[in-house]
Design a protein around this ligand. Structure first.
Ligand SMILES: Cc1cc2nc3c(=O)[nH]c(=O)nc-3n(C[C@H](O)[C@H](O)[C@H](O)COP(=O)(O)O)c2cc1C
Length: 216
């Protein structure tokens, strides 16, 4: 079984979302120790932003690309392959200016490729990746869940759906910058929810694997 872990905070070891992706991964491995974890940290090791040259390179895929363009295509293929292999994802998702961190958006721009991870059709775009659980661990300084100021949640639902991935499961840790007491309370609550989500998620996939093996 493979779990893909994506971190996107720019604050390194001080990051609240990274603390939660750590808790999630530990709890997951406690339940399914044979899981291979694929890690991508787009906060610490940034993915280059998509620019005109990179976009042209991706468009040249299969049409005699130059060596530089091949490198861009290889990067995109590596990101997509990590995603394709994953049975489940856990994503550390801080809110920056009401949205996802720009590093996450840059990663997504390399992964969402017409003809590769989705197709345009007469009735709109159709995702080409299989659905799988995506655990979004959302950390915020203020409180936004369910409010108009939460531009992040609908965007994530829309962007993953573009690829065919609809099974998004959110845990929110909010009000982290209101006071020390608020932060402690929100992180304690989130840790419990995150560990429970990880154990349940891993158990479900282990059970799916067992049923698949028995059917062969
Ligand atoms: C650049 C930046 C922008 C932020 N914008 C928001 C915001 O729009 N709303 C909010 O509630 N908190 C905002 N915050 C606070 C973060 O969401 C909060 O510190 C959270 O813990 C970040 O997760 P992290 O510690 O994993 O990076 C912002 C923080 C930074 C660094």
């Amino acid at each position: 079984m493979k779990l893909m872990r994506i971190d996107s905070s720019i604050t390194g070891a001080a990051s609240a979302s990274r603390e939660l992706t750590d808790s999630f991964t530990r709890a997951w491995l406690g339940t399914a120790p044979a899981t291979r974890v694929i890690s991508r940290d787009v906060g610490q090791i940034p993915v280059p932003h998509l620019d005109g040259q990179r976009l042209a390179a991706l468009a040249a895929d299969g049409r005699d690309p130059t060596p530089d363009q091949e490198q861009v295509i290889d990067d995109s293929e590596r990101f997509i392959s990590e995603l394709e292999q994953a049975d489940a994802l856990v994503v550390g998702m801080p809110m920056y200016n009401f949205h996802a961190p720009s590093g996450f958006k840059a990663w997504f721009d390399h992964v969402a490729r017409a003809g590769r991870t989705f197709n345009y059709t007469a009735s709109g775009p159709v995702g080409l990746l299989k659905d799988r659980p995506v655990h979004i661990l959302a950390t915020r300084g203020g409180v936004h869940e369910g409010a108009d100021s939460d531009l992040q949640t609908p965007w994530l639902e829309q962007t993953f759906a573009l690829l065919g991935i609809r099974d998004l499961r959110f845990v929110y840790a909010e009000g982290l910058n209101l006071s020390d007491m608020d932060r402690k309370r929100a992180m304690n609550r989130a840790r419990v929810l995150v560990e429970s989500a990880a154990m349940t998620g891993a158990e479900c996939l282990l059970e799916d694997e067992r049923i698949r093996r028995e059917a062969i």
